[in-house]
Design a protein around this ligand. Sequence first.
Ligand code: AMP
Ligand code: MG
Length: 351
Amino acid sequence: MKTIIVQADRGVLCEDDLNTAANILRSGGLVAFPTETVYGLGADALNHEASKRIYKAKGRPSDNPLIVHIADPKHMERIARDIPDKAFKLAEVFWPGPLTMILNKKDIVPFSTTGGLSTVAIRLPASGIAKDIISRSGGFIAAPSANVSGKPSPTRAEHVIADLTGKIDMIIDGGKSTLGLESTIVDLSSEEPIILRPGCITKAMIENVIGNVKYDKAVFGKILDEDIKPKAPGMKYRHYAPEGCLTIYEGNIENVIAEINKKAKEITEEGKTVGIIATEETKGLYSYGNIKSLGPREDEDSIAAGLYAVLRDFDDIHADYIFSESFARGDLGQAIMNRLLKAAGYRVVKA
Ligand code: AMP
Ligand code: MG
């Protein structure tokens, strides 16, 4: 399949390209577009055949449901029923933005979009291009991350081009995703709200609006354990994983640096390629391997925005081993560590 690749100019896509994207989506095709979280792979969420195409292009397991993206908050009621007040409140405060809500679905949403579930995930993104595309394409666009399943989510058009050229109809290059981590998912389909995936809208921010919420136990638990079944089916799969073997080092930062240096030396001497995920403060303290800084340690926004790109950079140099410092589990740090732990298959060494 020929993939059309077009570029936005300073965040604005020309009319012709917007119309091409809308026509493709309306006729059941696939278009990858930028959002503030990560790039999404869009298809008409109400068209069973179109959403099946997403699973095929990504190699996504069919029980892993898709998030339906809307451009008008009122459209939530067209696809969800029994919507609690808390959902309207959250929508008012956090939409447009990186918050996905799980609600009971209406019949209009095909089970192929919801992975067979009777609930539907809904988000209204902030990105102008995303909103334009959604509203011109019927208003309900399923858009999981635009990567091959299992790989780190794409935060730049190059990542989408590498994964999906030849498999989808169109890719829209809108520059770097500003946030860099997928949306926070909160389940409001039952009495007690539960965070299924942490993201840039933090637990504290949600609690400010609707009171107590809990994390699903799979958020930080080792979901590879048989006894923890995540409520978001997608959270059980190996995710965000670079090709190399990633290990997180935790503990006093001096010890972490010493341990990583020791390991990196050993492995480099064996002739293998090593990648190190560091910060501005520590990058000068490593003596072996390919060192990448995610920014200043206190700047969680920058760490979140750069994480997936660094994992992909290490794939490009075929790093055999990757060692990462650990990050504080403050507000956004929860989301960063959730992704990093999954990418590492929960390999953590206490230094
Ligand atoms: P992605 O679109 O790649 O960011 O992945 C979407 C995430 O949302 C996956 O982890 C899904 O399992 C989760 N998700 C989507 N719909 C639902 C739903 N109805 N119930 C629970 N989790 C969902
Ligand atoms: Mg994904």
